[in-house]
Ligand binder design. Structure first.
Ligand code: AMP
Length: 441
């Protein structure tokens, strides 16, 4: 199977060849013919599967064949993505495919001023790539009119839901014409997606390349049971083995990620950090420095890193396990892009046993253990009786702690720095809600 047999115009095939893309990926083979035939498509595809071209090529093909001039404010195609970085990436990928054509693209995301975006829309745009929040702001200002939009793409739709964009999406749905073609791509299919799919898609063709939530086989996954206080030493030791290769390190909180970045810098690594508190300029500069290899380590939180496509990433470290289990698969999907190999290393501290269990359940697979042994899970304490001492028996997730006898024997299989004294830390309680914790990122 090649791109010619999928029915794409020679012009697009040439543009692909110029980028060294000759054979379609499985999601492209499955989705493109249906999309070319005008069908709505619901694609279950993992990060790195070639989704952008799967929806972008048929859309560009149709827009190129119908040479209607872009009118002010009224994009002919709208692509929604959850994060600024992903939106930019889609914009840049499609711009490269559309080079030399009459099609004008625009990128509308938060974190930058309104005026240039309003002016850009007023000049006429064929393809608008946007994050939902900023798009709604521009709709409110009447700077964008969706009444003539022929193509709609919802990319990484599950993360848009996780980030709380459901209201924006519902609002946008009401402003689009009924007669349009819609494609929805998601790595997972949570329940709420059915509502979204029902609201946006008409009789969609379902395409799927890998069971949702399962990791790319080419990623070598490893797990270290390591005490919280010993994680940084272990990370430094592992990073040190591959100093010349790009590594992304996931932390859970903005503050924790900043602190970790400083520690890694102090240990002599070139480090950049991205999270929700960084300005758009800082995020863009950090990613550019990482992409160009000026810094080899990027410390990131989930919200800033989803959808990042940097082909050279060889190592993903889950310094903290994600509290939304599906994010584990998204995080490790930052490596082994487009057929390359990659390694994903996860650290599990005593209070992360619950997260680990959820991740392995969602993946339907165990992560092979590189060092240490599972922490003993302390059963959940009973709720406090009236009159009991304060602090006793608050609810929470099961906590892990090293078994007393075990603690003396570890570190097992050579976990560096996993000192018994550090392992026996006081278990932390989870008090925050486990999903939609993106405010922390
Ligand atoms: P995506 O899943 O759209 O983020 O794509 C992941 C990566 O795969 C990007 O770097 C694309 O340039 C690359 N890619 C997309 N389609 C192909 C293809 N047919 N052959 C080789 N690489 C591809």
């Amino acid at each position: 199977m090649n791109f010619d047999t999928l029915g794409l115009s020679p012009r697009l095939i040439n543009a692909l060849h110029e980028q060294g893309i000759t054979d379609p990926t499985p999601i492209q083979t499955q989705a493109i013919p249906h999309a070319m035939a005008g069908r709505d498509v619901m694609g279950l595809a993992q990060t790195g599967s070639g989704k952008t071209a799967a929806f972008g090529l048929p859309m560009l093909d149709a827009l190129m064949k119908n040479g209607r001039k872009a009118e002010p404010k009224t994009p002919r195609a709208l692509i929604l993505a959850p994060t600024r970085e992903l939106a930019r990436q889609i914009h840049d990928t499609l711009s490269a495919f559309a080079q030399g054509s009459h099609l004008k693209l625009a990128l509308i995301t938060g974190g930058v001023g309104f005026t240039p975006q309003i002016e850009r829309m007023a000049r006429g745009v064929a393809i608008l790539v946007a994050t939902p929040g900023r798009l709604v702001d521009l709709l409110d200002r009447r700077a964008v009119d969706l009444s003539k939009t022929e193509f709609l793409v919802l990319d990484e739709a599950d993360q848009m839901l996780d980030l709380g964009f459901i209201h924006s999406l519902r609002r946008i749905a009401t402003l689009l014409p009924k007669a349009r073609q819609t494609m929805l791509f998601s790595a997972t299919m949570p329940k709420l997606m059915e509502e979204i799919a029902g609201a946006f898609l008409t009789d969609p063709v379902r395409v799927q390349v890998n069971p949702p939530g399962q990791a790319v086989a080419k990623i070598d996954q490893w797990l270290h049971y390591v005490a919280k206080g010993a994680k940084t030493d272990l990370l430094i030791e592992l990073l040190d083995k591959h100093r010349d290769e790009l590594a992304i390190v996931f932390g859970r909180t903005k503050h924790g990620s900043d602190k970790l970045a400083r520690q890694l810098e102090a240990a002599g690594f070139g480090v950049a950090a991205i999270h929700g508190n960084k300005s758009q300029g800082q995020r863009d500069r950090a990613i550019a420095a990482f992409r160009d290899g000026e810094v080899r380590v990027l410390v990131a939180t989930d919200v800033a890193a989803r959808g990042l496509d940097i082909p050279g990433i060889r190592h993903v470290y889950n310094y903290d396990l994600p509290n939304v289990p599906e994010n584990y698969v998204h995080r490790i999907g930052r490596t082994a892009r487009a057929g390359a190999d990659g390694t994903a290393v996860a650290f599990c501290a005593p209070d992360e046993m619950g997260e680990l269990k959820d991740i392995e359940k969602a993946m339907k697979a165990k992560i092979p253990v590189a060092s240490g042994a599972p922490w003993e899970v302390v059963p959940e304490a009973k709720p406090a009786r009236p009159g009991a001492k304060p602090g006793a028996g608050k609810g929470g997730r099961p906590q892990g702690r090293p078994a007393a006898a075990n603690a003396q024997r570890r570190p097992a299989q050579g976990t560096p720095g996993a000192k018994p004294g550090v392992q026996a830390q006081k278990p932390r309680r989870h008090t925050a809600p486990r999903r939609n914790k993106t405010h922390a990122a």
